[in-house]
Every structure is written in C-alpha cells, then in structure tokens.
Ligand binder design. Structure first.
Ligand code: MLT
Length: 258
C-alpha cells in the first residue's frame, strides 16, 4: 500500500516547518536533517550555481530541463506541470544524472587502480574508458569552451573546507590529466570540466551519500531558474513554441537528391 512515509527522504524523517526568517538552503538542509553549518553553506552555493536563472547563467537557458519547462509553459500549462516535464529531462545521464555518473566512474576508478596513483596510470585509465567507446563523465559542454565557472567555485570551496579529502584530491588530479587526453583525442570541442565533475565530491564529503537523490537536489535548485524564466515568458507573452520541420522535398533539397 502507498503510504505517506514513501514520500520521505530517509524514512521517518519529518519534513519539518519552514522558518521564513531563514534562507532556502537553511530550510532545505534542515528538512533533510543536516545541522552542519558548512553543509548549509555548501548547499547555498550548490543551489545558486545549478539554478540556471535568467541573467545569472553564463551559458543560456537552452539546456534540456530549462528548455523543456519553457516549451511546456509555452502551451500555458500550469507551472508545476511544466516543471515536472523539465525534471523528466533532467533525469537523463547526459544532463542532470551526470553528477551521479561522475561519482560512479570515479568510484570504479578507485576500485580498479586505487588512490594516490601517478598521472601516467590515470592517463591509461582515461584512455581505456575512451577506447571502450565510453565518455569521460563531467567533461565537455554543449556551449562552454573553457572550464565551467561553476566548477571553479566548487573547487575554491573544497580548497578552503576539505583540502585533504581523498576524493577531492583525486578529482583535482584528474583535472590535471583529462583535458590533455581529450585534446589528444582530437574530436572534443571542449575538453574542460563542467559543473558535474565536482558536485558529487562535496555532497559525499558532507555525508549525503545517496547518489540517487542527487538529481532531486539539482531539480530543487533548477526550480528557481525555470520559474524565473517562466515569469519572463508570461510577462513578454511569448507564443507557443514549435520547432521548424522539414517535409520530404525539404529533406531531398537538403541532401541534394533529385
Ligand atoms: C546545465 O546547467 O543544465 C548544464 O550546464 C547543461 C547545459 O547547459 O547544456
């Protein structure tokens, strides 16, 4: 039977009351049962950088979740329904699930070659991943062509608060090696790390080990950006969205077929 408890993260934990005098991060982490002020501070950073707010994000709102939310909203669907549609897109491994994919890959790397390995060994492991036809998760971006600024701010936080954490050290070592390998590969437009290459390290350090919850945390953050965008969409009265499509003669023309 479906019970109330099924909706709770960490079964039995009360969601608690919202304290309107405290900020978003404080209330969210409090609901999750975290008291550590450094975790609350880290979540403050996390919620801001993943939100994708209009005018805040440096690489447009064309990502799958924000764009899907905009698309559904353009039909004047309810904001909750539009956001839920965006979240379905966020669940994909090339989008919101990527921070989990990074941790899975890094954990496997540690199991297979251990910690404190020389850069040469890391290089070999990265080439092995690529030679198996897999991608190195957390690297590259559809729009950015240099290290994601959201990666840098997380790195700065880690340097200050968890400089000796083994996972942080490993992720930093990978940052020294992966861009060179991807550049050598030749096919990659952006060999630099994105936001997802780092976020799992911070969540794990503060004890949020439940990886399958990471996309939810990402979604909590993105709700702010998606809803802010929707307000602009409605304020400007933007029309229902429809992509351009081709008919058969159009495709023939495209491939110069007679
Ligand atoms: C995001 O913030 O959603 C990611 O950087 C993905 C993207 O912008 O395409």
């Amino acid at each position: 039977m479906y019970t109330y408890k099924c909706n709770l993260f960490r079964e039995g934990t009360s969601v608690g009351a919202i304290d309107p005098k405290k900020d978003w991060s404080w209330n969210f982490t409090d609901m999750l049962g975290y008291e550590d002020p450094y975790f609350k501070e880290m979540m403050r950073l996390y919620l801001a950088i993943y939100s994708c707010c209009v005018g805040y994000n440096d690489h447009e709102g064309g990502n799958v979740s924000a764009h899907t939310c905009h698309l559904f909203g353009s039909a004047l669907s309810d904001p909750y329904l539009s956001f839920a549609a965006g979240m379905n897109g966020l669940a994909g491994p090339l989008h919101g699930l990527a921070n989990q994919e990074v941790l899975v890959w890094v954990t496997k790397l540690r199991e297979e070659i251990g910690d404190n390995v020389p850069p040469e060994k890391l290089r070999e492991y990265i080439w092995d991943t690529l030679n198996k036809g897999q991608v190195v998760p957390g690297y590259g971006h559809a729009v950015l062509r240099k290290t994601d600024p959201r990666y840098w701010v997380q790195r700065e936080f880690a340097q200050k608060h968890l400089p000796n954490d083994p996972l942080f050290k490993l992720v930093s070592e990978l940052f020294e090696v992966i861009p060179d390998v991807l550049t050598e590969l030749g096919k990659v437009k952006n060999p630099w790390p994105n936001v997802d290459a780092h976020s799992g390290v911070l969540l794990q350090y503060y004890g949020m080990k439940e990886m399958n919850y990471y996309t939810v945390v990402f979604g909590v953050s993105r709700s702010l950006g998606c809803m802010a965008s929707m307000i602009w969409d409605r304020a400007f009265g933007l029309p229902i969205e429809r992509p351009k499509s081709f008919d058969t003669p159009g495709y023939k023309k495209l491939v110069k077929a007679s």
